[in-house]
Design a protein around this ligand. Structure first.
Ligand SMILES: Cc1cc2nc3c(=O)[nH]c(=O)nc-3n(C[C@H](O)[C@H](O)[C@H](O)COP(=O)(O)OP(=O)(O)OC[C@H]3O[C@@H](n4cnc5c(N)ncnc54)[C@H](O)[C@@H]3O)c2cc1C
Length: 501
């Protein structure tokens, strides 16, 4: 019998492990991960690796597409795409599609670019590390402001977030231009995009899940991270989670592990999958699924914002952030590509040129009918219940998308000339899938877990990840996800401590 079983090794699961381990160093904590380890230090961000090591790591975490170079995979997929779909479908190295050829029902648009990662660290070794705080109605209304802010501050420390307060160079000039254009009464002021990065000597290091886990193997002797281990289902007895059925992916052997607490952090789409497979099926499970609308465009920067005219120092690395406000339910990011530390897959010629990238996200109009559904008869690559995504757009969504376009055009016009019209990205491209195990203040059928991420109606079972976020957001979610996991893990550790004392 172990104290805590954590399913999934991404930022959410890692936050649970670290928090519980710090509070209870004698605890036994088993973290299982369906994907493989990648070579090198566990949880090390792929952006910190050499190009060759990064490619090797990316090829390992692609689940059913492991080993397939992405250019080939895309060419393979393209002929099957429904030509009536209005998007350019893309997938990044390291990821695999949920279902690139969704069977859409009338009125649906689907999330054809929805993607996942299977490997130690989850998406948290590939992510771009943008960590803005949520604002106004993005925040969770039933967690007090002080409580949420304290959790966000802790998450920033855990992720080693850097916040640029004031910049004098290119970014400073861009911030001023965007503030002139977008600041106004009631609107969250334009600033800089915080990132989970820090300088070590003359290198920028990205925070992977290794940064969250710290030295847990040393400080908590009872901590084990078991890779290539699938959690098939949570075991429930007398209304309480008591462990899980696991499968060794190398041998196929299936076995049970008993635990005092079980935590499912298997990403925004697979956390509800594990619950469904376990027969835990509250009305809201899989529903209220949402991701931000995303519109990206390239801008040829005007003479005023030519990177060559500014010093290339720490102050010019990063992005300007036009944050979410209720009166403008979207978030804009403006990045001079020459100054992007994240190696975007555009090639050296492009990144060195005078290009800016504008990335706008807008909040979805939340609907019960937007959902990830699971099959009782068909299975996926891992033998888990097969997913089908039901996803549509409301009239309000169409108006929001138009506003997104207008704001993309406004921001572009202020700093240069657009290369092409802003295009709505394929549904699923944001990689931020929220709501499918959402938290609620009461068990009213519209949520799956309580504010401490305890699943309603099943004792000792916790969830984590972007799926718990109940609000409509445009902000990148990982900071909030880590904050909420930290709150929940702190509560979980207190409960365990009470049992032990
Ligand atoms: C290229 C890229 C850029 C991104 N940029 C940003 C950004 O700038 N800002 C931001 O906020 N977010 C960003 N994200 C998203 C961010 O990485 C996720 O929000 C975050 O990783 C979610 O953490 P998680 O722990 O919930 O899930 P994940 O990181 O997806 O980890 C879940 C893990 O659970 C495992 N798992 C699933 N099912 C099972 C099972 N049954 N048994 C065992 N293990 C299982 C999976 O294999 C996976 O490793 C980006 C993602 C990518 C890929």
């Amino acid at each position: 019998m172990i104290d805590v079983l954590i399913i999934g090794s991404g930022p959410a699961g890692s936050t649970y492990a670290r928090t519980i381990g710090d509070a209870l160093p004698t605890a036994s904590i088993l973290m299982v991960e369906v994907g493989p380890r990648v070579p090198g230090e566990r949880g090390y961000h792929t952006m910190n690796m050499t190009d060759a090591a990064r490619t090797e790591a990316q090829l390992l975490t692609q689940g059913p597409d492991a080993g397939i170079e992405r250019a080939a995979a895309l060419a393979d997929i393209a002929p099957g795409i429904d030509p009536s779909l209005e998007f350019r479908q893309t997938i990044l190295p390291g990821l695999f599609f949920v279902d690139p050829r969704p069977k859409l029902q009338a009125g649906e648009v689907g999330l054809p670019a929805a993607s996942m990662v299977s490997g130690v660290g989850g998406m948290g070794i590939h992510w771009a590390t943008s960590t803005p705080r949520p604002h106004q109605s993005e925040r969770i209304p039933f967690i007090s402001a002080d409580d949420l802010d304290a959790a966000l501050t802790h998450a920033e420390q855990l992720l080693k977030v850097t916040k640029l307060q004031d910049a004098t160079g290119l970014l400073g000039a861009m911030r001023k231009a965007m503030a002139d254009e977008f600041d106004g009464p009631g609107l969250t002021p334009v600033g800089y995009l915080p990132t989970a990065t820090h300088w070590e000597g003359d290198r920028v290091l990205f925070s992977g899940t290794g940064v969250i886990l710290g030295e847990l193997e040393r400080t908590v002797p009872g901590f084990e991270l078991r890779s290539e281990t699938l959690a098939r289902r949570v075991l429930v007895e007398n209304g309480a989670a008591v462990g899980a059925e696991l499968q060794d992916r190398r041998t196929g052997e299936t076995y049970e592990v008993r635990a005092t607490r079980v935590v499912v952090c298997a990403d925004g789409l697979r956390t509800p999958q594990v619950l469904f497979a376990s027969g835990i099926r509250p009305k809201a499970l899989g529903h209220y699924l949402n991701e931000h609308f995303q519109m990206a465009s390239f801008v040829q920067l005007s003479d005023e914002f030519d990177p060559a005219a500014y010093p290339a120092d720490e102050q010019s690395l990063g992005s300007v952030l036009i944050p979410f406000s209720d009166a403008r339910p979207m978030q804009g990011g403006v990045t001079p590509l020459a100054n992007s530390a994240y190696k975007l897959p555009f090639g050296d010629d492009v990144t060195r040129s005078r290009l800016g990238i504008l990335a706008w996200y807008a909040a979805k109009d939340l609907q019960y009918s937007d959902a990830v559904e699971f099959s009782d008869t068909e299975t996926d690559f891992y033998g888990m219940p097969k997913m089908a995504i039901r996803y549509g757009r409301t009239e309000r969504d169409l108006a929001t998308i138009e506003e997104l376009r207008q704001n993309s055009l406004r921001s572009a016009a202020r700093i240069g000339t657009l290369h092409e019209e802003p295009a709505l990205a394929a549904g699923g491209s944001s990689l931020h899938y929220q709501g499918a195990v959402r938290m609620g203040e009461t068990d009213d059928g519209a949520s799956v877990c309580d504010p401490y991420l305890r699943v309603w109606g099943v004792d000792h079972l916790y969830v984590g990840g972007n799926g718990v976020i109940p609000t409509a957001t445009a902000a990148n979610p990982t900071l909030t996800t880590v904050a909420l996991a930290w709150r929940a893990a702190t509560e979980l550790a207190r409960g365990l401590e009470r049992i032990g004392s």
